[in-house]
Design a protein around this ligand. Structure first.
Ligand code: ATP
Length: 308
């Protein structure tokens, strides 16, 4: 087991930030921790990485208890906190050499470890550059370098793609996928599509509790389409649209585009198109809409409350 948390709970002052978080990760690949702002993602990650001491519960990394055997446990863990822990006045080489020392890499192997981490994250050409003169995307790569410099089995990344521009995002995702090829990456995000793109497993946390933990495929079952957007050249009336079998509600978003809500109706798209052809609505586009993250949260929260 690479990571195991047992009934992990933490409170700041009187209020609990997380309650009874149980996570078990045995395989390689990318696992997503999904939750809205304030759900408890950072608290969970900080405890897993030994940066914050939990109020209750236990964390084991590769079988070692992070509180009882911190040195042993931390050998197997790399951490990229929400703000990359870089020193702006050091060069990339100076900073990575320093982090290699912190990670207790033997002196005669530090140069090699620094070179390898830079190579993996594509920053070798910036070795002598001061970190303050790097762009946000490259600073973050330096942050990732320090997280993998000791070749840990588990890399924990707190919102690693937050605040990156579209190009940096694509590069960052590519890098994270590469890093996860031979280890486990646990990453957090409040953006569903981000977790969707990257992760094979998802742990969803809301108000400090896990409300879903399973494969991405299983998660997708909660995202059944419930509405369809249709654009017309000759828009019909709401009543005409309601006559289509399975449609139970209609709202026009613009003059020419309507949202049709339906209940588990099969072949609905085909029926809409057929009706459109018959009555000359001249349909330009039909697109299924997936449930919004808020709805999924609501759905899952109600279900988990029922199970308690
Ligand atoms: N140092 C602290 N002192 C008091 N309360 C805190 C502290 N850090 C976090 N909290 C509270 O604990 C809860 C969980 O916060 P946490 O930062 O873990 O959530 P998060 O899911 O990471 O959210 P975000 O994406 O906004 O960082 C929130 O209600 C937050 O206000």
């Amino acid at each position: 087991m690479i990571l195991k948390t047992e009934n992990l709970s933490h409170r700041y002052g009187a209020s609990w930030a997380i309650r009874d978080i149980n996570i078990e990760i045995a395989e390689h690949g990318i696992i997503g921790l999904l939750g809205s702002n304030g759900a408890g993602k950072s608290t969970t990650m900080n405890i897993i990485c030994g940066v914050l001491n939990q109020t209750e519960g236990k964390v084991s990394i590769n079988g070692a208890d992070i509180r009882k055997e911190p040195e042993l446990a931390k050998q197997h863990i790399g951490f990229l906190p929400q703000t990359p822990p870089v020193y702006l006045d050091l060069t990339v080489d100076e900073y990575l050499t320093y982090t290699a020392e912190l990670r207790l890499i033997p002196g005669n192997r530090i140069k090699e470890a620094v070179a390898e981490a830079k190579e993996r994250t594509g920053i070798a050409h910036f070795s002598k550059r001061l970190i303050k003169n790097l762009s946000g995307g490259y600073r973050q790569r330096v942050g990732i370098s320090q997280a993998i410099i000791h070749k840990p089995k588990l890399v924990v990344m707190d919102e690693p793609t937050n605040g990156l521009d579209p190009n940096q995002l694509i590069e960052a995702r590519k890098l994270i996928r590469e890093i996860a090829q031979d280890r486990t990456v646990l990453l957090s995000s409040h953006i569903l599509s981000e977790i969707h793109l990257l992760c094979k497993e998802v742990i969803m946390i809301e108000s400090g509790r896990i409300i879903f933990s399973d494969s991405m495929d299983a998660f997708n079952n909660y995202m059944q389409p419930q509405s369809v957007l249709v654009s017309f050249v000759n828009p019909p009336s709401v009543n005409e649209l309601k006559q289509i079998d399975g449609v139970n509600q209609v709202e026009y978003i613009t003059e020419k585009q309507a949202r049709l809500f339906f209940d588990g109706a099969e072949d609905l798209t085909e029926r809409i198109i057929a009706a459109g052809m018959q009555q000359n609505w001249r349909i330009r586009e039909v697109g299924l809409e997936k449930g919004m993250l808020d709805d999924i949260f609501k759905q899952l929260s109600t279900q988990s409350n029922k199970n308690i």
